[in-house]
Design a protein around this ligand. Sequence first.
Ligand code: NAD
Length: 299
Amino acid sequence: MTTIAFIGLGNMGAPMAINLQKAGHDVRAFDLSKDAVAKVVAEGCAAAFSAQDAVQGAKVIVTMLPASQHVEGLFLGKDGAPGLLSAMEPGTLVIDSSTIAAATSQKVAKAADAAGIDFIDAPVSGGTGGAIAGTLTFMVGGTASQLERAKPYLEKMGANIFHAGAVGAGQTAKICNNMLLGILMAGTSEAIALGVANGLDPKVLSEIMRRSSGGNWALEKYNPFPGVHENAPASKGYAGGFGTDLMLKDLGLAQENAIAVKASTPLGGMARAIYAQHSIAGNGLLDFSSVIQALSAKN
Ligand code: NAD
């Protein structure tokens, strides 16, 4: 049994923390939202009163935060307040599963290394369903020995663990994947909306495309049309799941990266613009599959 500090208990972090607790570890959980902490305490985790409190005596720290600024602020400090690295023992292992800029992972890892702390980036794919089922895919950036240290914990939260390369490489793999996911969800939405505007049944059309050359993850597990997949966010008012603003962040990271390496990513750029308009229209907190609303004919 290991004492694990888990920081960031949102749609993804809460089920991941619960899976570590159920695996027999002693999870000390912290989130800025008291309600988020209460949910995982109900499942056996211990409540921490601050991030500093959570890491006291913890050998492993897992973070699942929204964006780069949250991870950098937490570990390196902000507004003159010291970061969490200064409160941690040398030898601690940090697994950051947030999706953030690779450059931020590298910056935090460098500071961690100077303090004798192992920091790896381990962003995930698989959605909230994968987080609950413990079947996430982890894309890890770090050394082989750091990955070996992290594996026993990653295996309790995920089914597939990939070593993408040095620190930051997990983030690069993740934004490539999510750029493709953003494009696929927008394209799938566009196709379903076109069929429905022509009077087709969304369930029948989705099944035809799922078993045809247009088949993809959205059609398999995460249909954007309400009522096609009972457990998808679309069938729950687009609540929970993966927020439009988080997808927008990832598409922005992909574009920033593309500019830096002079890559041509026109479809990623177009997808970013579509999700940005959807967010500006007031849908930023809805699941990203709600983008179908922006792509549906209004008669
Ligand atoms: P979320 O918004 O549901 O949860 C984030 C949580 O972090 C919130 O509860 C918030 O209160 C907390 N938080 C923010 N700053 C904090 C701080 N300084 N200290 C403590 N808690 C803090 O987000 P999510 O959907 O769980 O996503 C988390 C990360 O995982 C994001 O980077 C996202 O891009 C990535 N991700 C999400 C999904 C998904 O399907 N939701 C899938 C893969 C990856």
